[in-house]
Design a protein around this ligand. Structure first.
Ligand SMILES: Nc1nc2c(ncn2[C@@H]2O[C@H](COP(=O)(O)OP(=O)(O)O)[C@@H](O)[C@H]2O)c(=O)[nH]1
Ligand SMILES: [Mg+2]
Length: 356
C-alpha cells in the first residue's frame, strides 16, 4: 500500500519520512520524490518472534512517498504542483503535512504560519486537479462519442458521468452524488480521483507545542483525521536506540511515537487489518482489507495456497499469549478449523492447509 506525503515547502515532509523510516534526513532530496518503506510496529509480532524464534521476522510495511513541497503562490508554482500531483494518482492514500511550528531560521510559506488555511488550500488544490482531469476527459470524449467506434456506448456513459462529476465539483457537492450505477463505479476506478482517496492530515508542531491542542479537527471534512506531531522531536527520537527512546518519550510527554500514530491512522483510513502467520521459518504480519475471506487471504500468502485451498486453521493471538502454547490452546478448544468463506479477523493467527 502506498501513501503520499504532500504539503507546502518546508512543512516537514522529508523530516517526517525520515522519522518514520529511521533514515537520516540528509539522505533525502528536497527536489525529488523520496520513497521510503515504513515498517509497521506490531507488538504481537515482537511477542511471536520471541516465542517461535523463527529464521525470519517480517512486519507489514507501508510504502511512503515524500513529495517536493508545493508552492501554490504563483502560476509557475501551481503548474509544477499540478505535474507533481498527477504523478500520485495511483497511491492508496494521501497525507497532507502542514506547518504549525515557529522557527525564524526556516522560511515561512506565504510569509505566515497558518495550518488551517494551508490544509484548506491543499484540499482545494486536489479538487482542482480532479476537476482539470475531468474537464480534459470531457473535451476528448465529446469529440469521440460522435464517431461510430466499438466503444461508443461506453464512451457515452462515461461522458454523462464526467459531466455529472464536473457539475458536482463546481457546485461543491460530494463527488459521490454523481455516481449512479455499478458501471459508474467501475469507470470511477479508472479515473483515480484524488478527492476520493482516503486522506489524513499531519500538523507539524513546534517543540513547545507537544501534546497538540490546536483546534483543527474536521478542518478537511469529518472523514479526515488530523494528527498533531512535533516532527523534529519525533525525528530525533527515531535516531536513538530503542532503550533511550522510551526514556526520551516520557521526558517529552509524548504518549507514543509518531510511527505508531501514523500507521494506526493509515490502517483505519484504508480499512486494513493484519492477520499473522507463525512457524520456525518465519513470523509475519499480513495486511488485508477488513472483510477479506480465508480463500483470498491464502492468495495473499501464495497463489498455490488459494488454488489448492483445503482449510484455514485459526487461533487468536490473545489466546496464545494467555495460554502460553499451541498445545494448551488445543486443549482449551481455542483452535478452530475454518472454510474458504471465513472472514479473517485482525489478530488471527492462520495456517492454511492446501494441496496442489
Ligand atoms: N523548529 C522546527 N523545525 C522543523 C520541524 N520540522 C521540520 N523542521 C525544519 O524545517 C525545515 C524543513 O523541513 P523538511 O522536512 O525538509 O520540509 P519539507 O520541505 O516539507 O520536506 C528543516 O530545516 C527542518 O529541520 C519542527 O517540528 N520544528
Ligand atoms: Mg522535502
Amino acid at each position: 500500500m502506498k501513501v503520499a506525503l504532500i504539503g507546502p515547502t518546508q512543512s516537514g515532509k522529508s523530516t517526517l519520512l525520515a522519522a518514520l523510516t529511521g533514515r537520516p534526513v540528509d539522505h533525502l532530496m528536497p527536489a525529488a520524490i523520496n520513497e521510503g518503506i515504513v515498517s509497521v510496529p506490531d507488538e504481537r509480532i515482537d511477542w511471536l518472534a520471541g516465542q517461535y524464534k523463527p529464521k525470519k521476522v517480517t512486519y507489514a510495511t507501508i510504502d511512503c512517498l515524500d513529495l517536493p513541497g508545493l508552492d501554490l503562490q504563483t502560476e509557475h508554482g501551481r503548474a509544477a504542483a499540478r505535474r507533481l500531483i498527477s504523478q500520485i494518482r495511483s497511491v492508496d492514500m494521501i497525507v497532507l503535512v502542514v506547518r504549525a511550528f515557529e522557527d525564524a531560521s526556516v522560511a515561512m510559506y506565504r510569509g505566515r504560519i497558518d495550518p488551517r488555511t494551508d490544509l484548506v488550500e491543499l484540499r482545494t488544490e486536489l479538487l482542482f486537479s480532479d476537476l482539470e482531469l475531468v474537464s480534459n476527459r470531457i473535451e476528448r470524449l465529446s469529440k469521440q462519442v460522435h464517431k461510430p467506434t466499438p466503444t461508443q456506448a461506453q464512451d457515452k456513459q462515461e461522458l454523462a458521468l464526467l459531466q455529472r462529476l464536473q457539475q458536482a465539483i463546481e457546485a461543491d457537492m460530494p463527488i459521490s452524488s454523481a455516481i449512479q450505477s455499478e458501471a459508474d463505479k467501475r469507470i470511477m476506478k479508472t479515473l483515480s480521483l484524488l478527492s476520493l482517496k482516503p486522506m489524513a492530515a499531519v500538523v507539524n508542531l513546534g517543540e513547545g507545542q507537544v501534546g497538540g491542542d490546536l483546534d483543527l479537527a474536521g478542518v478537511c471534512g469529518p472523514e479526515v483525521p488530523v494528527l498533531q506531531l512535533c516532527i523534529k522531536l519525533e525525528y530525533e527520537l527515531s535516531q536513538l536506540d530503542p532503550a533511550s527512546r522510551s526514556e526520551f518519550l516520557e521526558a517529552l510527554g509524548i504518549d507514543s511515537p509518531a510511527i505508531n500514530k501514523f500507521v494506526k491512522t493509515c490502517y483505519q483510513s484504508l480499512g486494513l487489518i493484519s492477520f499473522l502467520t507463525v512457524g520456525h521459518e518465519e513470523v509475519r504480519a499480513w495486511p488485508i482489507p477488513k472483510g477479506t475471506v480465508a480463500l483470498d487471504a491464502a492468495g495473499r500468502v501464495h497463489s498455490d495456497m488459494k488454488r489448492g485451498f483445503i482449510r484455514a486453521e485459526v487461533f487468536r493471538f490473545e489466546d496464545l499469549k494467555a495460554l502460553g502454547s499451541e498445545k494448551e490452546l488445543r486443549a482449551a478448544g481455542r483452535f478452530r478449523v475454518e472454510g474458504k468463506d471465513y472472514v479473517i479477523q485482525d489478530g488471527d493467527v492462520v495456517h492454511f492447509r492446501f494441496n496442489v
